[in-house]
Design a protein around this ligand. Sequence first.
Ligand SMILES: C[S@@+](CC[C@H](N)C(=O)[O-])C[C@H]1O[C@@H](n2cnc3c(N)ncnc32)[C@H](O)[C@@H]1O
Length: 225
Amino acid sequence: MQNSRFQGVYEIPKRKGKVIFTENLTPGKIVYGESLVSESNIEYREWIPSRSKLSAAIHNGIREIGIKKGDVVLYLGAASGTTVSHVSDIVKKEGFIFALDFAPRVMRDLVFVCEERKNIAPLMADANRPETFMQYVSEVDVIYQDVAQKNQLEIFLKNVDMFLKKGGHGLLAIKARSIDVTKKPRDIFREVKNELEASKKVEIIDAKELEPFTRDHVFFVVKKR
Ligand SMILES: C[S@@+](CC[C@H](N)C(=O)[O-])C[C@H]1O[C@@H](n2cnc3c(N)ncnc32)[C@H](O)[C@@H]1O
């Protein structure tokens, strides 16, 4: 097991590519069927790129992930907690995650993950209406968003305004087909990039498409101005 370029993320090189891992905050327990690997009394969880867009972005060479030990994260679109669990490994017990989703169906699984991992709080709320959950969320170091909605950029910028500290990182997974099924994904990615820049709220650090792991998605990493 080797350190990767990112704090809290590890890798085993393979002949073709690599397998990446996070250190398991809850040894012996898995979240979504991932493999466990132990070395020198430390247990690691495989971080599967076809199951997590942040893992896919790392595999595709994203320059920064902006998440480290001790960070407070607002995660919008937590679903059943797959990626949230790896973010929980990275921020460790010194950090904290507000994990938000509006679908009762996924909330049940997310609550089980939160019972095991004390650094995650589940929040059932609509990311599009930050005023309805602002009393539960503090200023954060990182906002991660993966909501696959038509107005996903508007939702992201609202939450950046309301919760992200100056200099904090935003991680944004954009699903082209949720914005417009008739346009080419590349055209949508260009439009989103232009709108992010035009907002003057954030500086774009990097952007990566997520093929071959996930189709028609781009992953942006930005920093709040
Ligand atoms: C693609 S899934 C997220 C997968 C997750 N990020 C992961 O990697 O494990 C998108 C999630 O966003 C949630 N979602 C969509 N729109 C939302 C909104 N306005 N507010 C809160 N959650 C939303 C959906 O319920 C769904 O669970």
